[in-house]
Design a protein around this ligand. Structure first.
Ligand code: PMP
Ligand code: GLU
Length: 404
């Protein structure tokens, strides 16, 4: 059967692919440590799971309104007011099947064929594919580690054309962990107002910030910026609810209505039981969020100390999320088992084969020469993974010295 050009050109999610590869090796009996896909290792808190069971028992098993139940949309509004001092009404909110669908709906509602979306990079693997799936064109705006992985505003401005419709800002960032400052966001806000751009603000890691960093929403900066921002968020990271597939978007009423029309044909409402669970999550005791965030903060400290013990590689010190972007450029060009490690993809593959540690190569994030580590894993697994990486690098470098 002939496959459409659109689908022929979609690169499968590199983050999800690594999970599958690790799963295949594990099924063969290998002790694989997967620091691949970014997914909290915690179980969804009990009170949230119980709310789902109750919802099923009470018969909340039918279609809901396409954009989500009114109580849930109201709870999102209350949450945004409480957490970020952002004022939304329920008709400015749409509940979706994961933040993924919230992003896809937004792009579909905004873009005409050939419209451009600015993509500060390194960035999450799904953005460029989603932009293409919505008929648009991703325009990468790269930033280096020395720039804190946030592109200077002049570089962003230089990438604007008369086809630019939007910019995706993801702070804290996947994969870098960079957190944009208020000033950096304000500069983007002013540019958006001047050039009539939409800011798609993916705030899914907003609960995970460290060393006094603050996750600022561009929507909070001024009424003019609020009017052109779509806030994207969800339950996956903050409440350890990746499998429930629940996310949301909040933004201008007309845009949300267009997204709802689109969603009505695509999936209809998000899962009714997940919505009941999501309502319990937002309205219940938030201590679970703080506890998980504290665990990630402790792991981050531990991981930074472990990376420091490995002389061959370094990493950017992240202020948010649960990733470390390892700089593996020193291994490129080295030989292992008769093959040359040319890319971070080669390195990740060989590391998985030789040391049974799964990382995501940086190429798909627009970060060649880097590999992403997710430290959303148990402490003893993290320690063991870093021990294996250290040993592999020692062997690799010793081999080069012998050959030289
Ligand atoms: N945005 C970013 C930056 C992410 O890393 C993820 C990870 N899953 C998502 C959005 C989507 O989350 P979900 O669809 O699970 O809500
Ligand atoms: N967002 C996570 C990651 O980047 C989960 C996997 C995915 O959906 O991409 O690893």
């Amino acid at each position: 059967m002939r496959i459409s050009k659109l689908c022929q050109n979609i690169a499968p999610s590199a983050t999800l692919k690594i999970n599958e590869q690790a799963g295949i090796l594990r099924a063969k009996g290998l002790d694989v440590i997967s620091l691949g896909a970014g997914e909290p290792d915690f179980d969804t808190p009990a009170f949230i799971r119980e709310a789902a069971v109750r919802a099923m028992d009470e018969g909340q098993t039918r279609y809901t309104p396409v954009s989500g139940t009114l109580p849930l949309r109201q709870a999102v509004c209350d949450h945004l007011l409480r957490e970020k001092n952002l004022s939304y009404s329920p008709n400015q909110v749409i509940i979706c099947t994961g933040a993924k669908q919230a992003l896809m709906n937004t792009l579909a509602a905004l873009l005409d064929p050939g419209d451009e979306v600015l993509l500060p990079a390194p960035c999450w693997v799904s953005y460029p594919e989603m932009i293409a799936m919505a008929g648009g064109k991703a325009v990468w705006v790269h930033a280096a580690a020395e720039e804190g992985f946030v592109p200077p505003i002049e570089r962003i401005r230089a990438a604007v054309t008369d086809r630019t419709r939007a910019i995706i800002v993801n702070s804290p960032s996947n994969p870098t962990g960079a957190v944009w400052t208020r000033e950096q966001l304000m500069a983007v806000g002013e540019l958006a107002v001047e050039k009539d751009l939409c800011i798609i603000s993916d705030e899914i890691y907003d609960q995970l910030v460290y060393d006094g960093a603050e996750a600022v929403s561009p929507a909070s900066l001024s009424p003019a910026v609020y009017a052109r921002t779509v806030v994207i968020n969800g339950w996956s990271k903050a409440y350890a609810m990746t499998g429930w597939r629940l996310g949301y978007a909040a933004g201008p009423k007309a845009l949300i209505a267009a997204m709802s029309a689109y969603q009505s044909h695509f999936t209809g409402n998000p899962n009714s039981i997940a919505q009941a669970a999501g309502l319990a999550a937002l309205t219940g005791d938030q201590q679970c969020v703080r506890d998980m965030a504290a665990a990630f903060a402790a792991r981050r400290e531990m991981m930074l100390a472990l990376v420091e013990k490995i002389p061959q590689i370094g990493c950017f010190v992240p202020a948010g999320a649960f990733y470390l972007l390892l700089d593996v450029r020193s291994v490129l060009g080295k030989r292992w088992g008769g093959q040359v490690i040319r890319t971070s993809e080669d390195f990740a593959r060989i590391l998985l084969e030789e040391a049974q540690v799964a990382l995501v190569p940086g190429d798909a994030f627009g970060a060649p020469g880097y590999c992403r580590v997710s430290y959303a894993a148990a402490n003893d697994r993290l320690v063991e993974a870093m021990r294996r990486i250290r040993r592999f690098l020692n062997d690799l470098f010793a081999l080069q010295a012998m050959e030289a």
